[in-house]
Design a protein around this ligand. Sequence first.
Ligand code: BES
Ligand code: ZN
Ligand code: MN
Length: 499
Amino acid sequence: MNLEVIQADQKQETELLVLGMFEDDLYLQGIHKEIDEALHGILSQMLGKKEFTGKERESQWLPTYGHYAAERILLLGLGKRGTAQPRTYRLLGGKIEKQRKNSEKVMVALSTFKQDPYSTEEIAQWMAEGLELATYVHHGLKTSAQPERTEAQILFQVSEDDAHDVQEALSFGQVLAEGINLTRRLVNTPANYMRPKHLVQEAEALAKRYGMELEILEESKMEEMGMDALLSVGRGSTEPSYCVVLKYRGCTEWDNVLGLVGKGVCIDTGGYSLKPGNSMADMYTDMGGAATVLGTMEVIARQQLPINVVGVIGAVENMIDGNAFKPGDVISSLAGKSIEINNTDAEGRLVLADCVTYARQLGASYLVDMATLTGGILVALGDQVTGVMSNDEAWVEELLEAAHEADEYAWRLPIFPVHRDMLKSSQADLVNSAGRLAHPITAGAFIESFVGETPWIHLDIAGTATTNKENEIQPKGATGAMVRTLVTLAQHFSQEETD
Ligand code: BES
Ligand code: ZN
Ligand code: MN
């Protein structure tokens, strides 16, 4: 998709012209009036008969039969002035992409969407995001022919003064949505096509494309280093396990490093603590954390943010065979702590334990780990709210603020000493599962015990990484949740760096 600005006074023939209209603002002026006159009053007639009322997300076609410099006009409702939210603009962007059908040249009269307190740039960015998010479809491996979409050129009409800034905003919105779509694609790919080695290849491709440093730890190397927690999870699989590191250097000195750590369990059968079949089938999405790290790092690299980021991904399969780890085993970890395995289905925290330890060894000074970690978070917060845990008030405040700004829901759960106590083991430093009570929190507390003094945030995206509801910008399946929040966090991080 090609998103560009065009100066409003430059008349241009187009297939489709898109206009916004507010519900309480239907008297015709400016471009609306011009169109009404050109079309012999059809717009005022339609409004008079309440065929179009400007309600939020309402849409209406107007054919022009050659009386106007656009073949067709699409009216989009914005609701009452002052009510449209960022998400409204994203959804409207999505509506344009879905409704344009095969129009290849679309003009958007951006000024008709303007509403305080938002700037023209903000509105442009949100609409661009929606347009690009709406291009994402998951056909999977259907062998029947799927409808082909033509690439569109979407021109946003702006004043001369705004042209440069709006173009930047459009590009950023698009880059952000492409990062989200990358995350979605990785998560939606079935486990037999998204094995640990494929996750490695995806990281490799990103590193090449955007000039990031890449380190791939193979099993022999991890063995040597003592990454026993990650390796234990992957032992029952015939596919090798990996730990992948992406380094993005936006500063000359390698300090103040943001560490992003992701759970990349490509299939979680539960291992010997086997999952029932129906809950196993969705577990190809259990690499959602890793996919979120990759999507976020793509955006950071493309925007060339002036910060340092290290991304660490543990890519494994939790399977069963003669080599698999078993309930009752006691294993070790990169940090040297011993862990009593009482549930092989609590595998994500084991992978993360070694990955956060390695991120710290690589110089991460602030950590965010993300994982489809517990079914309990889905029960507690639902499928639209990401669970947050942290050991640092100031750092978690930054994250919650970023989530608010990015328009994603995130809610903090506590970790109290009583939760840490639940992880005590009689024969090792800790157990990997404290059972059912508060299990999203004890899972967080487990990871916390590996981060030492480093400010750390844990995001449990088990609820938010996938959805079974759909709308204009979100098909069923993977969502790409938290990419936007993490990019916003990274932007704030870079502003602090340059202050
Ligand atoms: N990958 C699952 C968590 C999950 C559940 C993700 C549902 C997405 C949807 C995780 O590895 C797991 O199995 N967690 C257990 C933890 C328990 C053994 C303490 C769970 O949530 O039941
Ligand atoms: Zn899992
Ligand atoms: Mn599990």
